[in-house]
Write a protein that binds this ligand. Sequence first.
Ligand code: GLN
Length: 506
Amino acid sequence: MSHDDIIRRSAAAQAAALGTGEISSEELTRAHLDRIAAVDGELNAFLHVNEDEALTTSRDVDARRAAGDQLHPLAGVPIAVKDVVVTEGQPTTAGSRILEGWIPPYDATLVTRLRAAGLPILGKTNLDEFAMGSSTENSAFGPTRNPWDTGRIPGGSGGGSAAAVGSYEAPLAIGTDTGGSIRQPGAVTGTVGVKPTYGSVSRYGLIAMASSLDQAGPVTRTVEDAALLHELIAGHDPLDSTSLPDPVGAYAEAARSRDVRGLRIGVIEELEGEGFAPEVRARFTESLDHLERAGAEIVRVSCPNFRYALGAYYLIMPSEASSNLAKFDGMRFGLRVVPEDSPTAESVMKATRGAGFGDEVKRRILLGTYALSAGYFDAYYGSAQKVRTLVQRDFTAAFDSVDVLASPTSPTVAFRLGEKVDDPMAMYLNDIATIPANLAGTPGISVPSGLAEDGLPAGIQFLAPIRADERLYRVGGALEALLEDAWGGPLLAKAPELATIAQGAK
Ligand code: GLN
């Protein structure tokens, strides 16, 4: 059997192959490790690969299956985890030099769930430092490259997870989304990304960027796979004070229903006009046409305060980050720089933070500290919080008349590495469509909408009311099926082959 074939299947199909005995988890895990060895030199999607641990888990699952144990449906299917999620005994850097060498003493709750279900963890994926960015170029360990074109960015901050899934290094991955870091990388790599309702996946063990906005979620190649992974990682966690008590929804069932008859889809007027690339808009409109023909009702809705969302986000997010990042002081975690001339506690903190944080992280700590300082607090942070309330009200009003909202996920296809790295404002503008959902806590999904400028993938985003995540799977699964019928297969099948390094040569 060709392993090249099996790693290209969806996670659900890989799980089925494990169930029928077509392949063992050890073989499946090894096939993915081989793929990583062959292509990751070029992509840099992984910061850390843990071959031994992944293989040990896979053998354990194989033994349990042979013994007739009742296994989780995804047991034995490998997964990659964004390196901002802590893993006991495994390096966790958040893409920062300041955490280099730190080994967490505990697992994040979602990692505990992955382990309990028997998913071999292949390793930790690259990201913009502390998840701040839209291109993965802010990683202290070099950028990740887009599998569609290695001269381009894979999105960010979770570019590593998206590139790993898009290049068949992993069938599943975990991302985190504070302002779009799951959905935007999904859009520019032709993969699926879901930001669940705030509070539905535990934040315990996520290295916090902005606690009121952060949410972990699935990065996959199909909508059904995202649903299966979402069901596994969601659910109440007493270790996270903002965790919702709700039962987990039937997401996979919704993903398979493919029925959008009567579904009211609202096109957000503020998020589809100029500023969005022509072909990205064309793919968006075609996607809506498909859904309309399948029985959905398309209406236009206005969310007038969304135009202020980006500005509010870039005050709230740095404010929370400046406070969350205060703990990285050279005393407790990772890097410690001791100046020879004056080794006082204060000078060690200063030198460690100076050497350990990159430019973007420093920029945001400065912004956040300024916005929170006495005298400016009301003008900046206070005003931003008021805008946040107005954005939430726009959502509430819109969901009075529609079931889901839609927009292109990202204004453009993947841009070139280096193109925006010296222009923070241009980089921030990438998040224009994804940020409102984080401010309001609403769930969102990005699904491939087709090929746009330069033959590169674009994404369509659907947003649902808080706690109505299953609607995302219903509409996302239906659109995916309609588009794949039209394309004659998955969009990723159109990606060019990556140059591989012959086995043993690395
Ligand atoms: N690109 C956004 C930012 O830089 C979002 C990051 C994220 O979602 N982690 O803040």
